[in-house]
Design a protein around this ligand. Sequence first.
Ligand code: UDP
Ligand code: MG
Length: 143
Amino acid sequence: MAGTGLQRTLSIVKPDGVRKGVVGEVLRRFESAGIRIVAMKMLRLTRKEAEGFYAVHRERPFFGSLTEFMSSGPIVVMVLEAEDVIARNRVLMGATDPKKADKGTIRADLADNVERNIVHGSDAPDTATAEIRYFFSDLDIVS
Ligand code: UDP
Ligand code: MG
């Protein structure tokens, strides 16, 4: 497949990942894959901020539970940069439901269930741009 060029994507270690102490393990997997971390911070989302971030899922039955979970504790938010990093990060993450995720992926190895699945990753160039902007200004990202 043709390369997609240098890309950026938004990654989040969700509250379950911080609580379990696997932030370092997730970062290690990115760095081992040659993916550069070009911005990073820890913060705790308010319920409203979690609802804003996941607005695309507003009508889904899991929206209430998801936004409660996402605002339940600190998260680590990162901008990742590499060739084709949007798709490559999704491969490292594994399927949304850890029971369906390939062995060796972050979710298969570390996650408890389809909601508490350790990581978020943008799914396309337009969502990556919007999600990065939700958390970071251009001045926060190293070049
Ligand atoms: N989610 C959930 N139940 C579901 C599907 C998704 O609780 O049946 C949560 C889960 O935390 C997931 C997030 O909602 O990561 C966003 O869902 P999406 O379909 O975008 O999955 P992702 O892109 O994170 O793999
Ligand atoms: Mg998604």
